[in-house]
Every structure is written in C-alpha cells, then in structure tokens.
Design a protein around this ligand. Structure first.
Ligand code: ADP
Ligand code: MG
Ligand code: MG
Length: 251
C-alpha cells in the first residue's frame, strides 16, 4: 500500500537534515504505529507525505500503490487515496461543516474522473456515517471546527476520514490535548474503518493510544530513522521501560 524507501528530508531554508533514511512498508489491511522520542522526525514524516511546503526530499522515494506520491500536489495525493489527519485541524469560519465535506468529497471524485455525488445522496451518506460515529446533526451545520471542543474536532476528523474513504490513512497524534475520551474516539474511529483494503499509519507520542488501537506492527523512530520494528509488545516495552534500552541497543 505505502512504501517508503531510504527517505532523506531536509528543511528547505536551512541546512538541517531531519529524515536520514526512512524505510517503511505498510501493507493493505494493516495498522502500523510509529513511536519515538520527541524530535525524532515523526511529524516531519507525516508532513512530507502530505506535501506540506518547507521540506526538501534529497534522496529516496515514497509510493502509494506503486505511484510516486512525492511528485503529486496535495489534492492529487488525496485523490490517490491518501488521508492525513493532523493534530490541530484548521478552523474555517463561515463555511459549514457539511458544505466543506461535500466539497472535499466531490473534489476527490472529480480528480478521479468520477461523477459528483448528488446532494440527496451526499446527505444520505453523511447522515448514516455521522450516526455510526455518534456525531450530532447540529455539528454538521456549524462552521468547520470553529468553537469545536478537542473531542468534537477529533470526532470531525474521523468523520472526514469516513467520508473520503481513503486507502491509506496517516494519523499524527501527539498526546498533548488528547484526553482519554478523545483518545478513545480516535481509536474507535480507526477500528471502525479498519478493513482489508485499507492501511493505517498511526504516529503517536506515547503508548496509551495503542491500548485502544491494536497495531499489527510497531516502529521506533529516532534521529530521522526507524531504529527498531516489532509487534505490539514493542509498545508495551516502551510503556514500561521508556526508550533508553532501545536507544542503547541502536548505539
Ligand atoms: P517529532 O514529531 O518526532 O517530535 P518533528 O518531526 O516535529 O519530530 O521534528 C524533528 C526535528 O526537526 C526536531 O529537531 C525539530 O526541531 C526539527 N524541525 C522540524 N521542522 C522544523 C522547522 N520547520 N524548523 C526548524 N526545525 C524543525
Ligand atoms: Mg514533536
Ligand atoms: Mg510530532
């Protein structure tokens, strides 16, 4: 599904190398988690995959279902099936949540050469999905993320993900601001959307989220590289012992 090979990334404006050879393959149907100490490059990896400005890929590649995503515009990445959920979703005053979602869904369809969803069909789909995710109909009418609580923003992010039906979902969840309830929401959403044809990369700053999302594979990132890969037990090892042993092993 997602294949990252020897990815090297530096800051565009500064002579600072952040990713120093990341190798990672996420298979369809699997949930991979990335953990690692602060400053390891986890968020940089998700930004680069999303196509955010300010980074320069100096070596390596990233493909989604065999297609080079690094060459694509952010909208093209979304059309190809990539979804990135970020820690601080943007607020869009004046634009209703439902309108925003309909625009996003139809832009994706258009980029794929598909017909737009009619407003009747869209309403049917969004109501069903919102109900599944226990999202209040009122929230669909409010301006995007404006005045949403942390939990509501998370719920909305999961709704965006459900509506766009991506093939590959990348979530960058720092622990800051994620209380237990919000964490549970994210986990329930991910678990509900887990399916054979869909891959997940869950980036998290600590283990607790992984109590609720049981990953198939856990990677530890440090200093711009994946230094260890294992099963769910690796997350428990970090929870119990921190990163010191793993870093010492790597050194
Ligand atoms: P993590 O998400 O693992 O905490 P980040 O990807 O946020 O790590 O950061 C990795 C390293 O790159 C850190 O040392 C951070 O300070 C640096 N970095 C990332 N983006 C920038 C930037 N725009 N300007 C300066 N330094 C940056
Ligand atoms: Mg950080
Ligand atoms: Mg981060």
């Amino acid at each position: 599904m997602l294949e990252i090979k020897n990815l090297h990334v530096k800051l565009e404006d500064e002579d600072k190398q952040i990713l120093k050879g990341v190798n990672l393959t996420v298979e369809a149907g699997k949930v991979h988690a990335i953990m690692g100490p602060n400053g390891s490059g986890k968020s940089t990896l998700s930004y680069v995959l999303s196509g955010r400005d300010g980074y320069e890929v100096t070596e390596g590649e990233a493909t989604l279902l065999g297609e080079d995503i690094l060459e694509m515009e952010p909208e093209e990445r979304a059309a190809a099936g990539l979804f990135l959920a970020f820690q601080y979703p943007v607020e869009i005053p004046g634009v209703g949540n439902m309108t925003f979602l309909r625009t996003a869904v139809n832009a994706q369809r258009k980029a794929r050469g598909e017909d737009e969803m009619s407003s009747t069909e869209f309403l049917k789909v969004i109501r069903a999905k919102a109900k599944d995710l226990k999202i209040d109909a009122e929230m669909l009418k409010r301006p995007v993320n404006v005045g949403f609580s942390g939990g509501e923003k998370k719920r909305n992010e999961i709704l965006q993900m459900a509506m766009l039906e991506p093939k590959m979902c990348i979530l960058d969840e720092t622990d800051s601001g994620l209380d237990v309830d919000a964490m549970k929401l994210v986990a329930d959403g991910v678990n509900a959307l887990r399916s054979e044809g869909r891959g997940f990369l869950v980036i998290t700053h600590y283990q607790r989220l992984l109590d609720h999302i049981k990953p198939d594979v856990v990677h530890i990132m440090y200093d711009g590289r994946i230094i260890k890969t294992g099963g769910p037990e690796l997350a428990l090892e970090v929870e119990n012992n921190g990163y010191a042993d793993i870093l010492a092993e790597d050194a």
